[in-house]
Design a protein around this ligand. Structure first.
Ligand SMILES: *Cc1c(COP(=O)(O)O)cnc(C)c1O
Length: 435
């Protein structure tokens, strides 16, 4: 099958290359399974996204959605480009700060935050996206006790339908996230009355892997209406954060996904934003939180074929399963697969690529046309940079694999593979089991 490859990948002499490095050589050198990431692809993505938005206004800040891929090295790459981060936990907060992102470029999100995490955010001067009035009142208590001002925004649920998988549609009416627009004015009123709470922002995020730009424009319109109303209440808006969600073209074959570009995203959203700002005499910064779009296409998961089994279907049994890439099992996601050591060969059969996990659902790719596959071949799973390693587990006592970073053909580990010792590192033996 002729796939239209992302610019992180190329084919030379029958081998697949990522970031200019030969995937077959990388697999031999570092072992499999192996995540391989093209660093410059991420850098280019960041610059392109930012430039697209800056066509319309200078006051733009990109907050990388850390959960997509929180390898500290990748966070550093993005920090060096000027990225902030959307962080969802104490751990992501720490990762973002350690990577060199300044506290003022971070937004602490989530619908279920612990007191310890709220305390840490206030202590470090990180802005909080508040998800409920209950949470607001907890923040009020903590900030008064600490005598420290905290800047907040509320996460507004714009209640719009979004064309994506229901598990990743976050701005629909029955979502657990955010406060509905009709209830949010009261929340801002209450925040304005608090001594150490400064409501200066608004936040929304309508979902993930969205392949149309219209919903973003609609959400922007809804949010900017609320922005106008809270301005009248006395809120001085410093930022409006429109979340992430721009999708990538996972289907790269004959039925290719038509994925919008950041330029198309900007054209759908920025005029709405700029016009609303002018109309209401406000000048908040435009914040946006791309995760998948920044890192998704930068990475392949390389996995070796253990055996091929011809029964009612032909199964290609590989050494990576949903322990390392859960998206197909969890969201029915599509990832293209290639035989990395036979990248120029013609397709000869239909194969189903399955992992080593003891579950029927451990399928990475079903019914794909591939060249003749044999034990020892190397399968590349494409577009594995977002929600790949980040969602991995040690299920079935499989140690997590290594991650390699490639820059202009130079390849080095950015995370070593785990061993069995890593799996049992946190195990404690109760006294009656000790002899
Ligand atoms: C997951 C998430 C993002 C990133 O979504 P992508 O689809 O990866 O761009 C951004 N903001 C929030 C609040 C999120 O939950």
């Amino acid at each position: 099958m002729n796939l239209s490859l992302p610019s992180s990948l190329s084919v030379k002499d029958g081998h697949l290359f990522c970031g200019g490095a030969d995937c077959v050589e990388l697999a031999e050198k570092f072992g499999t399974p192996l995540y391989v990431t093209d660093e410059l692809h991420i850098v280019e993505n960041f610059r392109r996204y930012e430039a697209a938005l800056k066509q319309y206004t200078d006051k733009v800040q990109l907050l990388y959605a850390a959960k997509a891929n929180e390898n500290p090295v990748i966070m550093q790459t993005l920090a060096a480009e000027g990225a902030g981060a959307d962080v969802f936990s104490l751990g992501e907060m720490q990762a973002a700060l350690d990577s060199g992102m300044p506290a003022e470029k971070l937004l602490f999100n989530g619908s279920s935050k612990t007191e310890a995490a709220l305390r840490a955010a206030i202590e470090k001067g990180i802005k909080i996206s508040v998800d409920s009035v209950d949470e607001l009142r907890q923040i009020d208590l903590i900030s008064r006790e600490m005598q420290k001002t905290v800047k907040i925004g509320f996460r507004c649920n714009p209640e719009i339908d979004v064309p994506t998988h229901p598990k990743i549609a976050t701005g629909i009416k029955n979502s657990k996230f955010g406060i509905p627009a009709e209830m949010i004015l009261d929340a801002y009123r209450e925040a304005l009355s608090m001594e150490f709470v400064e409501p200066v922002g608004m936040h929304c995020h309508i979902g993930s892997q969205i392949l149309e730009v219209e919903p973003f424009g609609i959400a922007c319109g809804v949010i900017m209406k609320v922005a106008a109303e809270i301005t009248k209440l006395g809120v001085k808006l410093e930022f409006v954060d429109f979340g992430g969600g721009l999708g990538i073209p996972y289907h790269r074959g004959e039925e290719k996904d038509a994925a919008p570009t950041p330029e198309e995203y900007a054209a759908a959203v920025m005029p709405v934003f700029v016009a609303a700002c002018e109309e209401n005499g406000i000048s908040p910064a435009f914040w946006v939180e791309p995760g998948r779009w920044m890192v998704g296409e930068s990475t392949v998961l390389l996995t070796k074929v253990n055996s091929v089994k011809k029964v009612h279907k032909t199964f290609v049994n590989v050494d990576a399963g949903f322990n390392l890439l859960i998206r197909p099992a969890m969201y029915d996601s599509w990832h293209e697969v290639m035989v990395a050591n036979k990248a120029d060969d013609e397709d000869t059969g239909v194969y189903t690529v399955t992992g080593p996990i003891c579950e029927t659902g451990d399928i990475l790719a079903a019914d794909r046309k591939l060249p003749t596959v044999a034990a020892g071949d190397l399968i590349a799973v494409l577009d594995a940079g977002a929600y790949g390693y980040a969602m991995s587990s040690q299920y079935n006592s499989h140690p997590r694999c290594a991650e390699v970073l490639v820059r202009d053909g130079q390849a080095e580990l950015m995370r070593r593979a785990e061993t069995y010792a890593d799996i049992v590192r946190t195990v404690v033996i109760p006294s009656w089991h000790r002899k």
